[in-house]
Design a protein. Structure first.
Length: 128
């Protein structure tokens, strides 16, 4: 059964472009991870300042292995470098990196974040 991880980022309007560029700069890092199934960066349209970073994994174990991988560390080391070298890590409920660190003196792109976890119980796709 697949597992979904949603990183919920509170992003002020003036920092949206910065956040999106930071994700774009790290494109491709997750796609080769064993057990990775899907990624989407969801931009709010109206009524909220919450971006959703949606990833789907074959299992919780696959997600945990990704977090411990060199590719994950490289992507987050890049985010830390953009923030001026401050420490970096991720824990349940508090996520770091993924574009919401400091970058080139601009400050954080996101003012808060949390991680939601779901199991996929049902899904549907267009009929062939």
């Amino acid at each position: 059964m697949s597992v979904v991880k949603i990183n919920v980022l509170t992003v002020p309007a003036e920092m949206r472009e910065t956040l999106e560029k930071r994700f774009s700069n790290r494109a491709g890092l997750v796609e080769s991870a064993d057990g990775f199934e899907w990624f989407e960066l969801l931009r709010p349209v109206e009524g909220t300042d919450l971006y959703l970073v949606y990833t789907r994994w074959r299992s919780e174990e696959d997600f945990q292995r990704w977090q411990e991988s060199q590719a994950f560390q490289r992507g987050h080391a890049q985010a830390a470098a953009e923030r001026g070298g401050e420490g970096h890590g991720q824990a349940q409920g508090q996520a770091h990196g993924h574009g919401h660190g400091h970058g080139h003196g601009q400050g954080p792109a996101a003012s808060a974040s949390e991680v939601w976890t779901f199991e996929v119980v049902q899904n549907a796709s267009p009929a062939s």
